[in-house]
Design a protein around this ligand. Structure first.
Ligand code: CA
Length: 311
């Protein structure tokens, strides 16, 4: 009896093995992609203590750590302003109320290892609606008049809005000496009140390598075209120097052409096509593999092949 049972079990095991071989599980990337759980944060200021913030416009601006509107912890920086078109800086009565923080003392000036600057902003104002250009942010670099400036048109009255600025857009990400918020009084009416609550100011970066963008250089190919290229942007920093990118094109379960290379952060990966393509719809797939060949991330797009001029 025991022998029969054992034999049955063996048969069952081999049937299972055959099924597993016939239908291999689709390879799943282990990387966390562009998810929040794949992000590391470096806190620049949680705004629980705002003594490192100062203002160059004391006539119009008041600064405080407020518990009125808070996104994180128990306080936010309140950058309060009453616009005054008649007073303020002597030569500029219609000027630029502002607040800034120096980063040199805290040794937070090298941002080059991070992907994004982020903070949250809530606006409370006496106006019915904000003007078109309600607030700006500037990142100062060493040297005269070297500032990376961005309008923050996305801020909203009575709402928290997350501000996200790619660090690659700064003039010098290795040298960020200070952060400044400012309004232009010319955008506001005399005696408008506008209070900005600013909280949770951080730098973030992706950890596992991830494909942020993928496109092909053309969406339409002739059947006798001999090349297609992947245009990509990558995020992440863990073991990035050992990551390989595979670029392949195909139809259904069939790969038609494939190449691999060590990728840049942003680049173009050309793929040679040796045989004429059958007209139809194709996929183009970029895969990132780690040093051990394991799949970290994968992204796919489509293109179409049509009959081209005869050679
Ligand atoms: Ca806070």
């Amino acid at each position: 009896m025991r022998t029969t049972a054992l034999r049955l079990q063996l048969v069952a095991t081999s049937v299972l093995a055959a099924i597993v071989q016939a239908a291999p599980a689709e390879e799943k990337p282990y990387g966390r992609g562009l998810t929040e759980s794949n992000q590391e944060r470096l806190v620049i200021d949680d705004m629980e203590d705002v003594s490192t913030w100062s203002t160059g416009s004391p006539m119009e601006t008041t600064l405080s750590a407020s518990d009125q509107h808070v996104k994180q912890g128990s306080r936010a920086l309140k950058f309060g302003n009453v616009v005054d078109h008649t007073r303020g800086e002597k030569n500029y009565p219609i000027g630029w109320p502002r607040t800034s923080k120096s980063l040199a003392k805290a040794k937070l000036t090298d941002w080059s290892g991070y992907d994004y600057f982020q903070c949250w902003i809530y606006v409370d104002t006496s106006r019915d609606a904000l003007p078109g250009n309600p607030l700006g942010i500037g990142f100062s670099h060493t040297g005269h008049r070297r500032t990376s400036s961005f309008p923050l048109k996305e801020v909203r009255k009575d709402q928290w809005v997350k501000i996200v600025i790619p660090i690659a857009k700064l003039i010098d990400p290795k040298d960020v000496q200070g952060v400044q918020f400012h309004i232009s009084e010319s955008s506001y009416k005399h005696l408008d009140r506008v209070d900005f609550y600013i909280d949770d100011m951080v730098l973030t970066r992706y950890v596992d390598p991830a494909i942020a963008e993928l496109a092909t250089d053309r969406r339409l190919l002739y059947h006798n075209d001999r090349q297609i290229a992947a245009l990509y942007t990558l995020m992440g920093h863990r073991d990035m120097e050992h990551v390989r990118a595979e670029f392949e094109i195909g139809q259904g379960a069939t790969t038609v052409a494939k190449t691999a290379a060590h990728p840049e952060r942003q680049g173009e990966l050309p793929l040679g096509i040796t045989r004429p393509l059958t007209p139809g719809d194709y996929w183009a797939r970029l895969s990132l593999r780690d040093a051990r060949g394991r799949l970290v991330d994968r992204r796919q797009t489509e293109f179409r092949v049509i009959a081209g001029p005869r050679e």
